[in-house]
Structures are given as structure tokens and as C-alpha cells.
Design a protein around this ligand. Structure first.
Ligand SMILES: Nc1ncnc2c1ncn2[C@@H]1O[C@H](COP(=O)(O)OP(=O)(O)OP(=O)(O)O)[C@@H](O)[C@H]1O
Length: 241
């Protein structure tokens, strides 16, 4: 059975003269937690934006759920959380969630139920009526995560999801991402943190717009004869992340 939900073929993307992604080929399977690991500026954000359909493509192709990206028709099936939070500061958490959920076809009762579920999940239930401008950085990240989950997407794309989040909550968010993947959601994350990379089922190592390697942590360590992701990354040609 073909489990592929995303296929990137010969993808290249340039900004002016700078080629930031160079001939990327990879595929992502349904229900896996797939990570993009690489140092700052490697091209991770550009790549996940291309997968989310938010980034024009110069060469090659990105297919998601057998559709060629970018396409608007998949917005119901993809949840995307950007690196910087896109929240309305003057509105409360609830009002933000209501606004974003109104973009999807959820009826009022489902919407209310789902808002409570996602707020519970990110541990923000007691702050539902607080204006976002009073939130800490970590709380804003968690609210952004809740918003990306509001429509129960098949594919969840998270750009550096746990930046600014304390270790305890980071752990609970990772548990939740794992649970989502076990229930069939495909989770795609970017990170430059090695211990987070190790939590992914498979990883793509990226440096200077090039794909260095793809595989599970075990695969990548076995191939390089190393015992840590840091050493594996260095062996594949990456600088320190
Ligand atoms: N809109 C843009 N216009 C011009 N250059 C851009 C644009 N977006 C990204 N870049 C450049 O593309 C390269 C890759 O950036 P990208 O944000 O994809 O990297 P990243 O791996 O996600 O890094 P970080 O972890 O710091 O976010 C960088 O050199 C960046 O300066």
C-alpha cells in the first residue's frame, strides 16, 4: 500500500540570485512524525512552506495528498504553524480561536467543543478570556499550536514548534504530537535541536539548501557509525546545528 502523503521531486527555490533549496527529493508517509533538521538559514522554513503551499516553486514539484502544490483546495487538510506567531494581540485567546475556526467548515457546536479540546491540549484553558497581548512568548506559541489544530488537519506542519516553551510543556507537546501521529495525522516539524530531532520517526538533514540524508535516527547513526545525531549530522557534512 502506498502510504505517501507528500512527495517532493527535484525541488529548487531561489530568492533573487540566491538558490536556497537545491534539487530536493524526498517523500513523507501518512502518520509519521517527520523532522527537518538543520542550522539556521539551511532552508527548512522555505521547504515546509512549499509543502504547505505557501511558497512559490521555481523548479521541480511538490505533491501533497496527490495534488500538485500550491493549491487552495487542501487548506482544510493542512494545519500550518509559522515560526512567528500570527495572532491578533488585541483579541482574547477565545476570539482568536473563533476567528481562525470560522475559516473552516465547522458548525457552532463542533467549533465550541474543538476550541475547548485544543486549549486543554496546550494547557491554556484557564486563559481563554485573556487578551493575547498579556500572554508570554511560550503561551503565544501554544495558542498558535492550538489554532493550527483547530480543524483537525490530516497533515500538521510546525515550524520550530517548541521555541520558547519550557521543558515540561515541551515534553507534553511532544507526547501530543506522537499521539496525533498514532491516530493517523502526519506531523512535519522543523528543528535545530538534536534531542527533538531524535523524537521524529524519520529525519531529513539539511544544510545550505541541500538534503544531506533522510532516515530514522537509527538508520542515520548506523550509516555513519556514530552514536549521536550531532555526530551523524557532522559526518554527513553538516556544520554544528
Ligand atoms: N522571502 C525571502 N526573501 C529573500 N531571502 C529569503 C526569504 N526567505 C528566506 N530567505 C533566505 O533563504 C535562506 C533560507 O531561509 P529559511 O528561513 O528557509 O531557513 P531556515 O533553515 O528555516 O532557518 P531558521 O531556522 O533560521 O528559520 C536564508 O538565507 C534566508 O535569508
Amino acid at each position: 500500500m502506498n502510504n505517501e502523503v507528500c512527495k517532493v521531486s527535484n525541488l529548487s527555490i531561489s530568492f533573487g540570485k540566491q538558490e536556497v533549496l537545491k534539487d530536493i527529493n524526498l517523500s513523507i508517509n501518512k502518520g509519521e512524525v517527520f523532522g527537518f533538521l538543520g542550522p539556521s538559514g539551511a532552508g527548512k522554513t522555505t521547504l515546509v512552506k512549499a509543502i504547505a503551499g505557501l511558497q512559490p516553486i521555481n523548479n521541480g514539484e511538490v505533491e501533497v495528498l496527490t495534488r500538485k502544490m500550491p493549491t487552495l483546495s487542501l487548506s482544510e487538510k493542512i494545519g500550518y504553524m509559522a515560526q512567528s506567531d500570527a495572532l491578533y494581540q488585541d483579541l482574547t485567546a477565545l476570539e482568536n480561536l473563533q476567528f481562525f475556526s470560522s475559516l473552516y467548515k465547522l458548525n457552532r457546536i463542533d467549533r465550541k467543543k474543538r476550541i475547548h479540546e485544543v486549549m486543554e491540549l496546550v494547557n491554556l484553558s484557564e486563559h481563554l478570556h485573556k487578551p493575547v497581548q498579556q500572554f508570554s512568548g511560550g503561551m503565544k506559541r501554544r495558542l498558535s499550536l492550538a489554532i493550527s489544530l483547530i480543524h483537525n488537519p490530516e497533515i500538521l506542519i510546525l515550524d520550530e514548534p517548541t521555541v520558547g516553551i519550557d521543558p515540561l510543556l515541551r515534553k507534553s507537546i511532544w507526547q501530543e504530537l506522537k499521539a496525533l501521529s498514532q491516530s493517523g495525522t502526519t506531523v512535519i516539524v522543523t528543528t535545530h535541536v538534536m534531542d527533538e530531532a531524535e523524537k521524529c520517526d524519520r529525519l531529513a538533514m539539511i544544510r545550505e539548501g541541500k538534503l544531506l540524508a533522510v532516515g530514522s535516527t537509527e538508520d542515520l547513526q548506523r550509516k555513519t557509525g556514530t552514536t549521536s545525531m550531532e555526530d551523524a549530522f557532522l559526518t554527513f557534512g553538516g556544520a554544528t546545528v
